[in-house]
Design a protein around this ligand. Structure first.
Ligand code: PEP
Ligand code: MN
Length: 338
């Protein structure tokens, strides 16, 4: 069990709490790096109730083993985390837009789209090389060749790139990819998450379409417990009884996750709505709800896209939306691209 002690509290009350813990035969030690404010409690912790601990008025949070979000919980990190992705800051005070095609299709396509979204103000380029499709007969992505083309677009435009990993074996191919995306279908692929925890690269972890917020945070724990603290969470729509949209964007997840965790939260309105005309309103609503950014599918010829064309914005629509985002970000006192 861990407890977090409040700042500037009565020393006597702190000592009394320590005595009470000792009476319950519990060992107290201070966790390194937290200035005595986080204690590790060992022994039969079930013998003491939360109420008995809180009675002293000096404890801010109690985390018992079976509900321990040591890395993601805001109680341990009261300040918002800001993640630096090759010079682009993601987190409190910034609204970053990642844009690009669902899938990399060929060299001209990815480079042209990269140049267009850059011109409109996107701060990172997305592009799927390994595509986890619902049907095995759908386009599965250009795989290794796709990653090479994405890196070429990065070289030409200077935009940091985001791409999805689907299996442990391809991890070395992602060396020059700035952000590794874990898709909704792999959110609970714990072996993959553990391997990503050994890297120092930013991981964009998407919420599974049937997963709770706490399950998303536990998946982030898997990555962070391994030592990689660079995790961005992504709300991308969940499955509800409403069939008009591909999924339902859980706007309330944005402030809820932020109240529970210090990690940055972005949204994916493309997969949430699944329909082009929903992308702009969902993005603007997410900005106002406190999201730290958005990942948007953009295609130069969406009607002929090999993947997710129906939810992809044209380059012109993206440009138009970016000017609205700029206006809204100014109104909300957020920064774009720093
Ligand atoms: C994607 O980003 O292209 C994707 C497949 O997203 P998700 O995992 O959210 O379905
Ligand atoms: Mn897609």
């Amino acid at each position: 069990m861990r407890i977090v002690v409040k700042d500037n509290v009565n020393e006597l009350a702190v000592e009394k709490l320590k005595e009470e813990l000792k009476i319950h035969k519990l060992d107290v030690s201070s966790v390194d790096g937290y200035n005595n404010s986080v204690w590790n409690i060992e022994g039969e912790t079930s013998k003491i109730t939360d109420k008995q601990i809180l009675n002293y008025g000096v404890v801010y949070a109690i985390l018992r083993e079976n509900e321990s979000y040591q890395e993601t919980d805001r109680a341990f990190h009261p300040n918002d985390t800001i993640i630096d992705v090759s010079g682009i800051k993601v987190g409190n005070g910034y609204f970053q837009v990642i844009a690009g095609p669902c899938a990399i299709e060929n060299e001209n396509q990815i480079i042209h789209i990269a140049e267009q979204v850059k011109k409109s103000g996107a701060s990172m380029l997305r592009g799927g090389a390994y595509k986890p499709r619902t049907s095995p007969y759908s386009f599965q992505g250009l795989r290794e060749e796709g990653l090479k083309l994405l890196l070429e677009a990065k070289r030409i435009t200077g935009l940091p790139v985001v791409s999805e990993i689907t299996r442990l074996e391809s991890i070395d191919l992602f060396d020059s990819v700035d952000v590794i995306q874990v898709g909704a279908r792999n959110m609970q692929n714990y072996e993959l998450l553990k391997e990503l925890g050994k890297l120092q690269k930013t991981i964009l972890l998407k919420r599974g379409f049937c997963n709770t917020i706490d399950e998303l945070l536990m998946s982030a724990e898997y990555i962070m417990a391994g030592g990689n603290k660079n995790v961005i969470l992504c709300e991308r729509g969940i499955r509800t009884f409403e069939p008009s949209m591909r999924n339902t964007l859980d706007i309330s997840a944005i402030p809820m996750i932020k109240s529970k965790s210090h990690l940055p939260v972005i949204v994916d309105p493309s997969h949430a709505g699944g329909i082009r005309k929903l992308v702009e309103p969902l993005t603007l609503a997410s900005l106002v709800a406190g999201a730290d950014g958005a990942i948007i599918e953009v295609h130069d010829n969406p009607d002929n896209a090999l993947c997710d064309g129906e939810q992809s914005l044209t380059c012109e629509m993206f440009d138009d939306m970016m000017s609205k985002i700029n206006g809204l970000a100014y109104f909300m006192r957020l920064n774009l691209k720093k």
